[in-house]
Every structure is written in C-alpha cells, then in structure tokens.
Design a protein. Sequence first.
Length: 418
Amino acid sequence: MTSPAPGCPVPHEVGVVPLSGPRFHTDPHSLYREMRRDHGPVAAVELPGGIPAWLVLGYREMHQVTNSPELFPRDVGLWNQWPNIPPDWPLLPMVGSPMPSIYFTAGAEHRRHLAMVEPALESVDPFELRRVCEGLADRLIDSFCGRGEADLVADFAEPLPVLVLAWLLGFPDAEGPGLARAMKLLADGGADAQAAHLRFMQYMQHLLARKKAAPGDDLVSRMLAHPAPFTDEEYVNDLMAVTAAGHLPTADWLVNSVRLMLTDDRFAAALGGGRRSVDQAMNEVLWEDAPTSILAGRWAARDTRLADKTIRAGDLLLLGLAAANTDPHVRQSVGNATHTGNSAHFAFSHGEYRCPFPAQQIAETIARTGIEVLLDRLPDIDLAVPAQNLVRRPSPFLRGMTSLPVVFTPVRALGGFQ
C-alpha cells in the first residue's frame, strides 16, 4: 500500500469513529470500552470537517507513543492534512500551528525552551505559593460566602488559578482580575474568544516589557535571566503557553475533585476537613475524571505500525489519556479506588513532552489549597441541584464542568489578603 499524497485523507483500515457527540462527556468510560472492543487499542477517528486522525486508547500503546519522541514527535508542521485545514477550523487552537514556543516545538528546539522555562518554574517557593493560594482563595470566598449559594466554577475554580499565576508571573495586583476575565472568555470559546486571545497576548507583551526594564522576584524575570538568547516572540509564546496550560486544567482538577467529594459517600468525611480524603479524591480524579481526556497530539515522522494499524508519515495521533487510564490491561475495574496512591496515570501525559514536573506541583498546590480552604470556610457545602443535572463541558478533549452550583450556611467574610 503506497503512502497517500500530502494532504490526502488517511486511508483508514477500519471503520472511522466521529470524534464528537454527547457520550464523550456523558459516558466516556463506556464509549472508550466499546471503541477498544470494536477497533482495538488504536482507533481511526474523524475530527470536525472530515479531518482524519488516530486515537490511542491502549495504555501500552500510549507508553510506546509518548516514549518515542523521534518517531512520534509533537511537531504539528509534519501534519499531512494542512492543505485540508481551513483558517477558521474550530479545533485549530487545540491542535496548534507551527510557532516558536515550548508547546509547539519538537526535539532540540523544544529542549531549548524547556531548559529556560522548567528551572524558572522549579524556583517557585512552595511555602510562599501555598500562602498566596490561601489568601486568594479566602478573597474569592469572601465575595460569595454571605449569599449562601455560589457557582464554584465561575466564582472560585476558574479565577483562582489565574490570580495565582498572575502573582507568579509578576503582574501588578490590579491586573490579575483583568487577566482572569480574558482567560475565561478565551476558555469559553464564544464570540469574544478571538478578542480575548489578543488581550491575553497584549498582557504578556506588556508584562515582558516591564520585566525587561525592571526585573523582580518572579517567573518572567527568572526566564529572562536564563543565559540562552530568546526573542520577544518566544518569551511571549512561552508565557502564554505556561499560563493557558496552568489555567483550565487546574480549575477543572479542583472542580472535578469537589464534585466527587460532594457526590460520593466515600468522601463524606472530607467535608469535615479530612485532608487525606482530599488527596484521595484528587488522585482518583486524575485516573478517572482528569481535566484533559484527549490531547493533541503527536505526528508520525515516518510510516510505521502501532498495534495492528498502519500509521503513515504525517498522520495525527491523538493521545486518549482518559481511555488509557481505564485500559483493562492495567485496570480491572473503574471507580473502585484501587489506584489509591498510584500515580502511574497519564493525566499529565508522559515522556519528553509531558507537563513539566514543577508545573504539576504548582497545579497540585493551587487545587489542593483551594479545596482545603473552601471546605474549611464552608463546612456544610452541598450541591444545589441533583447530581444527574450537572453539565459537563461539551468537548471530547476537555473534561470539566460548565458550572457547579452549591448551597451552604452563609458566613461572614474574613476581609483582606495578607
């Protein structure tokens, strides 16, 4: 079988599964189980607009792809579908375009960016980070604690990571809320998303200019102090990548963990402040309800085989992180907490292009601190609607809540942020 001409659809060997539909966010575990049964550990899928790709469902195959950066690099420039991708393709922001940033480069160029970004993230003082997270969580809770009701997505989980990231980056306090609004509009993907993306970029451009003129004790200044030369475009792209990657996944990790604790009797004790239960809930979410279900992507550097499928040079492979976590080769059942303390999940991807470890630690500190402060301040918090009425974000890629309405006994605001 000859390779297709550049831009031609991938000649899938089996039935193609549309990567859309409500089951990706209402019943994903059953859907992945059926896909694995019918198509094996690697399935041919179709993205909106008839764009072909491969979805990696198997745990072993996920290890094979993520541990083979030369065969399966994260190099979107290799994609054999570029001639078929319209400029307004809705998944383009998710898949990406070739650009000089830590997220959209491969090989030596990716490692060059990582060598600048990772040490800057690693230098964050965990105790100071915890203190700032507690103060910002208290400030957000103060804004709704007297009402006796709140939407934990809009009122708490979405703004908290952005405000913490604004502090890490060195934004003036007054600009944190504006950055949070821009990130929310960007994440919502509505009519204002493009304008919000432009504002997001402008925030980073202005911040970079300020830190070049007057460095401080912050992430941007530490990136600028790295000895290797980078252009302003590279700095801005990396700052946008770090902030975007740290925003919605952290917010969804927090919200999905709180949802689990409010709907599962196993975690009822946590509502009294049991911190071990918070850790257990957060770890279970990474296995079964992780913020990123499908990650784009990897592109085959040459023709190869993966499981029983023929992968052509330039084919897009989507990483089915949630599906791999429930592969029966590593999981006998789902939802029974047998993975307590086990961190061999793919929630942060794996291999050379995984989420940098210090970024994982920062996200964990933000999410855990937010949950602990919330349960400490509002110990009788409960869902305001039946659990079955909660709505997931309508995306096969991202697994968060559109809202999490709760009720509680009104309490007085603490006031201030020290």
